[in-house]
Design a protein around this ligand. Sequence first.
Ligand SMILES: Nc1ncnc2c1ncn2[C@@H]1O[C@H](COP(=O)(O)OP(=O)(O)OP(=O)(O)O)[C@@H](O)[C@H]1O
Ligand SMILES: [Mg+2]
Length: 398
Amino acid sequence: MAGSFDESGADLELVGVTKRFPGFTAIENLNLTIPAGSFFALLGPSGCGKTTTLRLVAGLEAPTAGRILIGGKEVTATKPHQRPVNTVFQSYALFPHMTVLANVEFGLKRRGIANALALAHEALRLVELDHVASRRPSQLSGGQQQRVALARAVVNRPALLLLDEPLGALDLKLRRQMQLELKSIQGEVGLTFLHVTHDQEEAMTMADTVAVMNKGRIEQMGAPEELYELPRTTFVANFLGQSNLFTGEVVESGSDAVTVDIAGLGIKVPRERAQRHAGEVTIGVRPEKLTLHTRKPDTAAGVNILGPGVIIDASFTGVSTQYLVQVPGLPVITVFAQNMAFGPVAEQGAEVWVSWRVEHGFGLADEPEPEARFAADDDTRTIAVQRRQRLEDELDEA
Ligand SMILES: Nc1ncnc2c1ncn2[C@@H]1O[C@H](COP(=O)(O)OP(=O)(O)OP(=O)(O)O)[C@@H](O)[C@H]1O
Ligand SMILES: [Mg+2]
């Protein structure tokens, strides 16, 4: 198989791309470079402009301003079929009256490629479905149909493959499995993948670079670990995993750390991990970086301590327990504690302190947005929780 898929991916470059619909700006001055052969994820809440971005790249939509380059060549004014791009949409859109093989072969035949049959079989082997080549799509499971759609796109060896929530219709287990398969297929064929999703876990597992998009702009971009460990804005800190955020005045701006007044306590953040060093700032720390104490810990250099507070909720989730701690004057603090011992570490109602190492904190560039009147649909976990809650309520009523 090696050698057949030897065409490499191409760079994708968006320069100052803006897309205005009548009365609505969907994309605002977007600048983006995706290096050839990379797996790039565009992550963001519903309506932030992900699909619009893909449609612009595919040529299905024309930008209001800006330029699009693929492999260094400007394609802004070219037709979709003139671009070395293939798209896998959420609905796989296989031809129902054709066999799996014919579906995959279709694009090659239309372009008059000589060894279409051999290439189609090869693409099917890649997604491990060559043994069902003679079936019709309706005789396959959802995940298998998804893989056929992928084979159909990959077989054309597009320099750039666009994936718009291609796993959206799959159940969680299949979704996880397909995520790993997609990633290994990308590694094998070496094409440039631009994957759109609103699922933060999916973006972090699959991509080497994640761009977090909010309201038509990219807020932050980088390797998954980098984004998680050092978010720069409130949106990124909350969209990608959970964060404990505190706002206060900087009381000391030292060469190593800035000290922020949080509920009367001096909380330190490493200077190089803080976006701002003066005035009112928002700082944060991830829930798994916190340690819970049932006695007041001794002050120590390099450790921040908040408390005393009260445990207002403790929920056992298997590998860890999630504690919610209320310290007077502060937003509720979330602590993830690994379950290292049998039985709860601390009970609801117990008096506790939380501590974390100074180097785990981060300082944000912005202030938290005022609480929205409607719950934002920007955190996939929250959406799942709300959905479950609604189901439970319905069941209760029935
Ligand atoms: N043809 C159109 N005319 C007017 N507004 C549009 C049009 N297409 C999209 N929009 C608006 O542009 C914004 C971005 O839409 P887009 O489809 O790119 O979102 P998305 O990030 O893909 O969201 P989702 O996760 O829900 O698919 C939305 O507010 C949408 O209502
Ligand atoms: Mg979309």
